[in-house]
Design a protein around this ligand. Sequence first.
Ligand SMILES: [Zn+2]
Length: 419
Amino acid sequence: MSVISPDRAKLSLAALPLGYITKSKATRTAPSKTASCASATELRFKLQEGAAQLVPHERVSRCCRWLRGGETAVEVLHSAAEERAYYSRLEVCGSVWLCPVCSAKVAEVRRKELRQGVEVVALGGGTVLHLTFTVRHTLGDNLDQLLERFSRAYSRMMGHRTYRTLIKPTYGIMGAVRGLEVTHGAHGWHPHYHVLLFLGSPLDAARLALLDAEIRALWVSSAAHEKLSMTRAGLTVQGAQHAAGYVAKWGAEEELTKSHLKSGRGESSSPWDLLRRFLDGDGRAGHLWREYAAVFKGRRQLVWSPGLRALLGLEDETPDAAAAALVATDAKHLGWVAFSDWMLVLRWRLRAQLLNLAAAGDWSVVADFLGELRARRLAERRARGLEPPLVDLPRLLVQLSLAWSVGAFSAEFYGGGVA
Ligand SMILES: [Zn+2]
């Protein structure tokens, strides 16, 4: 079986005319503000490859890689307004936890929804508070059990009679949105909720302090019921300005691209940090990420309390999978990448580079790039003593043989065999 080994694929990638990319028309004319977007796109696709290696049986390993059933070529769309390109006709996994590519797209949609909610409340004279709930955690904690107890404690608190019949009406609480996050640090897994509390009226400092004390007492007792204890920073309650800052940063680029989060007790890593460390050769980080993926997949990341969206006049929430597949409203067809070319893009891990080239909206740049890949492939075959075919084989046979030659259907291609 002729399968390109990861090492050889790496060598091939190193030999690619990547200088071409930096000299391309697209990059020469691209405005500098898109440079950071371009590098973030590359990082996301790179991290997605790490995820695919760690959980090859999950949909993330096919995301933005496999053609959807019945499709024969990859379509590239372009938005002039956003100076951005998109792939179409490919599978999209929609996982906010496992897929850095989908996670970014879902976050864009969620950020807009949150911002809308905050604006509606502000217009109505209300305010939004930002609360962070955590519990004490240690290195030996099992993430699955810790998270179960943590979320049960939170549900217990929000469903508690004191909250529903006393705290909620007293402070004019319309509802809450909770966002689940997790980091890993010196003290093990650290799940936490960021909660936006929507209030129908403003709160002065004295009443804010009262609310803080009442919720804190409730959180301590709810956590204790699940045999969890609070650290000193087990609850923080912050005002409207902080809430707005949180919303503005929801899933933003810096969350992905900063290498470490600093917490009060030293460094902690986000799941994307763990993936990056795995790609840098840290096997333990890969092991931790697998544990995280098994526990978090399928969970809801951002949950609006029942009735809150209706109260704020917001439409129904776009499901994750649909949000991940959304493109800019002005996105138009830019060009097609033939299946055989797509195999080369995958083989040399150039999905992000192609998208970045296409972002300028000039298909001739992408076509030149694909031509370079074909030439490189031909040169490589000649170097291995394989002559190009003299006659065109039927389309299907060509596609299948190319897919086979790059190991597109092998576990190795998708990173199998990694410990
Ligand atoms: Zn995905």
